[in-house]
Design a protein around this ligand. Sequence first.
Ligand code: DC
Length: 229
Amino acid sequence: MKNVIAIDGPSGSGKSTVGKALARRLGGVYLDTGAMYRAVALAAKRNGISMDDGNALGELCRSLDLSLQADNDVPRVFLGEEDISQAIRSPEMDMLSSAVSAVREVRVAMTILQRKLAKGALVVAEGRDMGTVVFPGSVNKFFLTASPEIRAERRYRERLGKGEAVSPADVQSEMRKRDRQDSTRALAPLKAARDALIIDSSELTPVRVVEEICRHLKRGQLKVNNLRK
Ligand code: DC
């Protein structure tokens, strides 16, 4: 499977920034699978569905009119006609998406949808289980990490930038909790695929990480014509 570049990693590892920039550089489609789980979490909350109710969540996923679009290069998430790109980026949705993503019925539905969305295009797919579960046949797998302090700092700055009144300590403890949930769950836990290249972005700018990825893709793993430089 050569059309999928799989990028996994914990929150704050830089995978969204890098994934978007890489997709732009390669002329590919950016697939933000975290946004998909966030959309499910938002819809579940609005419909009053409990995180324990796997059947109802599965049904919700199958009936969800979810679409990912790019608006002038800015990725947007829609539920029907509604642009939910902002609504899914709250601290509440951070935690609720993590909870909903541990539910089997949700993972099954999202995996099917993600594979469907990746058909036929060059895709940069970003998430927690891209290399291990959704696209195990991809020959281009990357796992981004960064020290917990740096990841928390990035998240803190992001939230400050949105005008939220948060403390660094709160951001760090919420992030720890979410990472623990995501990496210890029974299904598709966050982990690097055995054949993934691990990149520590603690000391690297996003531009450098993209360059590093492109260097590896050029070494012959990615057989597409999109590597311009
Ligand atoms: O990347 P993110 O922070 O937007 O993801 C939100 C949550 O969705 C995250 O806590 C775990 C879950 N997730 C997942 O389980 N599998 C993925 N491929 C992507 C995200």
